[in-house]
Design a protein around this ligand. Structure first.
Ligand code: HEC
Length: 199
């Protein structure tokens, strides 16, 4: 019984570490695979892509521009964007969390345009393989593959700064937890064995 309890305790300790991995696997069905680069350099390049391109239409009201420390407001007023594209471009601060698939969804949108199929759509942006329903209001921002990766790294971080960090430290944390569990087990044996022996 005690063995069982210890085992259950160990499992309970370790399971939360694997849950995020399982959740990712489940979401990645149709989407391209992407592992956002957690490095500061990628994130800074990504912020530049956002500032130079995406910020024309999108705000990031909950994230401060690293240059002037003010929240990003869209350069195009919402009403004008609505008139031009038929929709108000959504705020991007938490987008990597808001959509199923997260970073992969955003990366998919940026790389999923297919002008050959634009005739299937009447929306301002035309056809996009990864947009639900395929007809998107956002015109292709024309980013390179590398720019798409960088801006996704940036958006993954703004949506979940701690998760990006923990992805970076996943292995050490896991090793530490295993070490701690082993230590606890040994300690418990030392404390309990003499008591058990007496009864
Ligand atoms: C010219 C204006 C414009 C630019 C530039 C632009 N977007 Fe958009 N974006 C839009 C509009 C409009 C929508 C709404 C699309 C819709 O719902 O059909 C949108 C939607 C999105 C969405 C949400 C898609 C979804 O699943 O609902 C993401 C993610 C996004 N944009 C990312 C970006 C990124 C990253 C950049 C820069 C590389 C960028 N956009 C540049 C206008 C723009």
């Amino acid at each position: 019984m005690r063995r069982f309890l210890i085992l259950a305790g160990l499992v309970a300790l370790l399971v939360p570490l694997f849950l995020p991995v399982a959740a990712l696997a489940e979401e990645a069905v149709d989407l391209p695979t992407i592992h956002p680069d957690p490095s500061l350099a990628a994130r800074q390049r990504g912020e530049k892509v956002f500032r130079d391109i995406c910020n024309q239409c999108h705000s990031m009201k909950f994230h401060k521009n690293s240059q002037d420390n003010k929240p990003y407001l869209a350069k195009t007023p919402a009403e004008d964007a609505k008139k031009a594209f038929g929709k108000v471009p959504p705020d991007l601060t938490l987008m990597a969390k808001a959509r199923k698939g997260g970073s992969a969804h955003i990366y998919g949108i940026l790389t999923g345009y297919d002008p050959d199929k634009n005739s299937d759509c009447t929306s301002a942006g035309g056809f996009n393989k990864y947009f639900p329903g395929n007809c998107i209001a956002m015109p292709s921002p024309g980013v390179t593959e590398a720019q798409a990766r960088d801006v996704v790294a940036f958006l993954a971080w703004t949506a979940e700064p701690n998760e990006v960090q923990s992805r970076q430290m996943g292995l050490p944390v896991m090793a530490y937890t295993a070490f701690l569990a082993a230590l606890l087990y040994l300690w418990k044996r030392r404390v309990w064995e003499p008591i058990k022996a007496k009864h």
